[in-house]
Design a protein around this ligand. Sequence first.
Ligand code: SF4
Ligand code: ZN
Length: 745
Amino acid sequence: MSRFIATSAIRGSHAIVEQAEDMLKDALEKLGADVPIAFVDKEGVGTAYYLPVIYGYSGHKVEKLGDLTWPLEHAKSLLAPVPSENLWLPYLGETADAGVATLFAEEIIEGIRFAKGEQPEVNNGYKFNGPISDVQTRSWGIQMVDGSMPGFAAIIGAAKSNEVAVKIVRELQSKGQLVFLSSMSNGRSIVDQLLEEGVELGYPTFTIPFGTDTISVVYAAGYASRAAFSFGNVKPGDFREMLLYNKFRCFAFALCLGPMDDLKWATGAGAITYGFPAICDTVVPNILPTGITKYEHVVSMPFDDIPGRDDLERAERLVQRCIEIRGIKIKIPKVDIPVAYGPAFEGEVVRRENLHSEFGGKGGTCVEWLTMKDLDEVEDGKITLIGPGIDSFEEGANIPLGIVVEVAGRKMQKDFEPVLERQIHHFVNGAEGIQHMAQRDITWIRFSKGAVAKGFRLNHLGVILHTNLHNDFGAIVDKVQVTLYTELPKVEELREGARAVYHERDARIAGMTDEAVDIFYSCTLCQSFAPNHVCVINPERTGLCGGYTWLDCRAAFEINPTGPNQPVPKGRCIDPVKGEWEGVNNFTYEHSNRAVERFTIYSLMDSPMTTCGCCECVMIIIPEANGVMVVSREDYSMTPCGMTFTTLMGSIGGGLQNPGMMGHSKLYITSKKFISVEGGIKRVVWLSKNIKEEFAEELQKACEREGVPDLMDKIADGTIATTTEELLPFLEEKGHPALTMEPLI
Ligand code: SF4
Ligand code: ZN
């Protein structure tokens, strides 16, 4: 505890308690003990909670002047002697007590002023709001509870300039914070600054002018007490519960603009007891270790030292820092893009006739990559396009695109990256006229002519991701910035980096077995496209999009327990070889709109998993070869089954169960459980060349594990065969094991 702050706050508390004592003595003499006291706002609407700070802390009801004697005595009892500035206080205790005494004294003073008819304040003809009424508190209740209005900022003092004052308030409003205005700095109040700039103040604009002195800050504490009574079901006098409610549920902080004085410090100490930190735009000692507040207690952010090109940018950063310090989770009410947005548009397809621009897909390159950074490396809401925008290309062009999403958050973990990255698909599809398919380095996005005509551009992808990540994953994500690259060499470079990360993520699950767990996980994220599709994800098979491993699903469930990734207890084992469990069957049946009754984990021929449009690969049997072929999404050539990847997808991509045909991830081919009922990788007679290359090492290991180390040489690809006529002689010449395996059908 800084001795400077402790000394100043305790000194301030002595002064204000003395002032309250003098005022009370005088008022009792002049007005008598029976004069009624009630807090009302400028419209005369009041509160049923007496003087709410005193009531909240002690349960003591103040209804008339005489009722103020006990709170005053209590405040006096909390005062410790003013410590010398040379004394180091190891803990906050005495300062916190001084803070409570200060709030009591301030509320007593306001009570007396009400008794005398001096509140709400009128200054230069302007009528301040004074305390907030219960009616108003309740009308903000839903927003307080659902998180769209996370809390409040109590601004104390005045900003560096009118321009900065307006910017700070606008930034806070845009983040849904209520803004309370009090006090002065160097004879100016932020209320003057805002009024001079024509800013509307009052309940409708969420900006409440309390008064021109620091004493009026106590109305903020009173509001916090009443929020705890109304929304937290806290009983008056149960101060521990009340403070805990405020610390964890009411995201408030004090923003002190301009020089601090003893009373401001004393009041700040009172705010800290509520769990509200103070952020100062001047040089003051930091009190960083957390204790009473959730994070830091007092943070100094000298305005002129905040990095930024100009004062407005500095103001924005100041507010951003406040939000971080308080751990406020921001909800952005609407996705601010020129086309409609919502789940109704998720399943929408953009056909070639309506195509304006395309990214990835046939002949294109599109990569999406979400990565975690430190809080100070990410500027929330920053969206940057590097390279030409879509207007520089001809209509119908396939434009290279790299989407890099950088997120930061105090609770963010590396393990959550794939979970958040996989949401890109779902988020982007919500935009009208925009289609997103697949993921990772095989992403394929289309913009329709209609969307582009309405003004949709690449940066809007960033807006969509920023908004939704905050809204849906606010519990772990504090900041999101998005960079979009459209120059091919840069996108290719990115793809290399991203691929290394994808392989790292996949490797984390290596070594885990299905037998070692009792629970598999579901994924129903793709039901907007394929309503009956359920991915069941076991340690030895990733989701068919390749984006989700069992570990990712577990993380996703942890983040969002009611989300699309649910635990699927295996239940009673029906067939250990085919991998059929009662629990899995029941789950799939319930979640596939009762379309899928049975489901095996290890077989291609008997009730395989359903397939949605996201799969990285499709496998299908080639009866003539007594084997299966696997074609990847990146392979556009004809295949020995007589169909291209696209045609195959057209027949199974809608969530159907097709014995002999199944979508899956690339990684699955290397799994020990890869169609183990049908003989595993030894059944593969044809495999897209790009997979052979990308997974060369892993495939080699799998072949060795299965006892056929030279298997890869025996498996054909598009350069060897695109028809069965070409395929069969090759297999015979190489002596492919499938030819002598048990008949598939
Ligand atoms: Fe989830 Fe499966 Fe869709 Fe991947 S393909 S997102 S695992 S439902
Ligand atoms: Zn899908």
